[in-house]
Design a protein around this ligand. Structure first.
Ligand code: PRP
Length: 217
């Protein structure tokens, strides 16, 4: 287990929450507004990476989605809002007390329609393009498919179109990206939504503040 380095000021019992700068940010800010914390439009529109709520006592650190579980696991942030898909891929040791319900999507295996009905177990090796190499490895080991996992950073669908991979393991939200690139879903691996995550030490040391936030939700 990685050791928590709690850099947030426990003495003042202020809370730090890690938020991702992508698609989850608007609904995460709406959720925080319901708990009584709002941020200045000027700060949100600018390049500041640490924002203090207008009401004080809560600070948001804005990071890449993949980094949210890391900031929370190490205790730099007490709390975080992150997709279940990203959380599983991170293998971070954090508490996950709340399914926030937004950011719903599916993690799927997808590829060209002509191979949709094929049994991938019959192939000697299947090359898989993905931003989720750990979940992909877990999935294909579980279903008995010999897979070579090719870890990518983005535009994963291109790996099939370009012949780098035969299938992808990727997120489907509206289905537009798959459709516009002529790909189809083969299997669903899991469904995902945004989760509130909590650092294990903060859960004990700041339980009153965290409980108060959850009660207002
Ligand atoms: C994600 C995902 C798909 C797309 C799915 O990519 O990897 O490409 O969204 O959404 P859709 O079903 O609504 O089309 P993202 O936008 O995060 O960008 P990326 O290609 O850089 O990974």
């Amino acid at each position: 287990m990685r050791r928590a380095r709690n850099m947030s000021p426990a003495a003042t019992q202020e809370l730090f929450i890690a938020l991702s700068k992508g698609k989850l940010l608007p609904p995460a800010l709406q959720w925080l507004a319901r708990t009584g914390y709002t941020f200045s439009e000027k700060d949100l529109a600018g390049r500041k990476l640490v924002l203090t709520a207008k009401e004080g006592r809560l600070h948001a650190v804005l990071v890449k989605a993949d980094d949210v579980p890391i900031y929370v696991e190490y205790g730099v942030a007490d709390l975080g809002i992150v997709g279940k898909d990203t959380l599983l891929e991170s293998e971070a040791e954090v508490f996950e007390p709340l399914d926030l319900g937004f950011g719903r999507c599916r993690l799927v295996v997808a590829g060209k329609p002509e191979h949709q009905k094929e049994d991938l177990r019959q192939r000697a090796l299947v090359r898989v393009g993905t931003k989720y190499p750990k979940i992909a490895r877990w999935h294909f080991d579980r279903v008995g498919v010999q897979a070579e996992i090719i870890a990518l950073k983005g535009s994963v669908e291109l790996s099939v179109l370009a012949g780098l991979a035969e299938v992808v393991v990727d997120i489907v939200e509206t289905g537009t990206t798959l459709r516009e690139n002529g790909l189809v879903v083969y299997h669903e691996i899991l469904s995902s939504s945004a989760r509130l995550i909590v650092n294990k030490a903060s859960h004990k040391l700041k339980s009153a503040e965290i409980d108060a936030l959850l009660r207002k939700e």
